[in-house]
Design a protein around this ligand. Structure first.
Ligand SMILES: Cc1cc2nc3c(=O)[nH]c(=O)nc-3n(C[C@H](O)[C@H](O)[C@H](O)COP(=O)(O)O)c2cc1C
Length: 307
């Protein structure tokens, strides 16, 4: 079994915000968490409408903040801000395929096509901070260009400490089964990512030489999963209490106006597969005040004792 610090929560834009990370942390006190991606432009520009630009990481334990961008100097400045905010490491996004990031701004997955630019960014970020720097990337751009090992070599030569490898190409986006190459020969530790859900998956990755695993979508509606996989938590009996705690953290962070609409997807995941979950979803999608939402949650999950 892997130690908690070898089990990572993947960066998930729109999901792994501070309230969600606090939930994951509750069940896995020493797991390695990564923030959702943060634009270096937004971070350095101190854009006020983006709350995560101002997250204080000093109370979050083992946490890395992920930045994305295509301008080496800005990425270096962003990394310095992340370090000052208390992150334990900086992760560089080299795998995001969404057009806004990868094609229009030349960041994310685009860096798998432009290793020279990737190297410049890595070089600048590594020199800007004292905390470790990691990268997160994919197998390659498409089936004909599965050159992750070249990018990992460049990263290693420039001082990157480890890499998370999503076992899909950019052109696969998030579909099709992830495939995980053997990484025994990699020059730095590699963290396996893609379709990892169970202890058996974790063991499989260890056999292939991975130093750890990174869990993405399997954590939806299951913030206890990292704790479960590392043997320090079990699925809680009282899911209603988990939901209520998560909601309170969301309300505290975003306020009701922004927080309640944002929380609906979590409610859908928490309730998935339960009797009457379809009706519950329809109801909560029409609620925008805290009191009514809490009443619906109480009614759906029954008595909610504190966790
Ligand atoms: C909704 C969503 C948001 C994501 N956001 C990010 C992100 O901010 N940064 C990043 O590097 N990857 C991001 N990813 C990719 C995941 O971190 C992960 O690599 C991918 O989901 C594969 O892992 P999984 O099969 O365990 O989900 C995102 C994926 C999804 C589905």
């Amino acid at each position: 079994m892997l130690g908690q610090n070898q089990i990572f929560a993947a960066p998930l834009a729109g999901i792994s915000d501070k309230p969600f990370r606090q939930m994951v942390r509750f069940f896995a006190p020493d797991a390695a968490l990564v923030t959702e991606m943060i634009s270096c432009h937004s971070l350095v520009g101190r854009h006020k409408n983006c709350l995560r630009n101002f997250d204080d990481y000093s109370d979050e334990g083992l946490i890395g903040a992920q930045i994305f961008g295509a301008v080496p100097e800005l990425m270096a400045d962003a990394a310095k801000i992340i370090e000052a905010q208390g992150a334990k490491w900086v992760d560089i996004n080299m795998g995001c395929p969404v057009p806004k990031v990868a094609t229009r701004s030349g960041a994310g997955a685009f860096l798998m096509r432009d290793h020279k630019l990737a190297e410049k960014i890595i070089y600048s970020v590594v020199r800007a901070v004292k905390i470790p720097v990691s990268i997160k990337t994919r197998l390659g751009w498409d089936a004909e260009h599965r050159d992750w090992a070249d990018l990992v070599r460049i990263a290693a030569d420039n001082g990157v400490r480890w890499a998370a490898l999503h076992g899909r190409t950019r052109s696969q986006l998030y579909t099709g089964a992830a495939t995980h190459p053997d990484v025994h020969d990699a020059p730095i530790p590699i963290i396996a990512n893609g379709d990892i859900k169970t202890c058996a998956d974790v063991q499989e990755m260890q056999k292939l030489g991975y130093a750890g695993v990174m869990i993405g979508r399997a954590i939806y509606g299951r913030p206890w999963l990292l704790g479960e996989l590392s043997g320090v938590a079990t699925r809680p009996e009282n899911i209603g209490a988990v939901v209520m705690r998560h909601l309170d953290l969301v309300l505290e962070y975003y306020g009701a106006k922004a927080g309640i609409p944002m929380f609906r997807k979590h409610l859908a995941w928490y309730s998935a597969g339960m009797p009457n979950s379809g009706d519950f979803r329809i109801k909560i999608n029409q609620i925008s005040d805290e009191k009514s939402l809490k009443q619906e949650i109480l009614q759906f999950w029954g008595c909610v004792d504190a966790i």
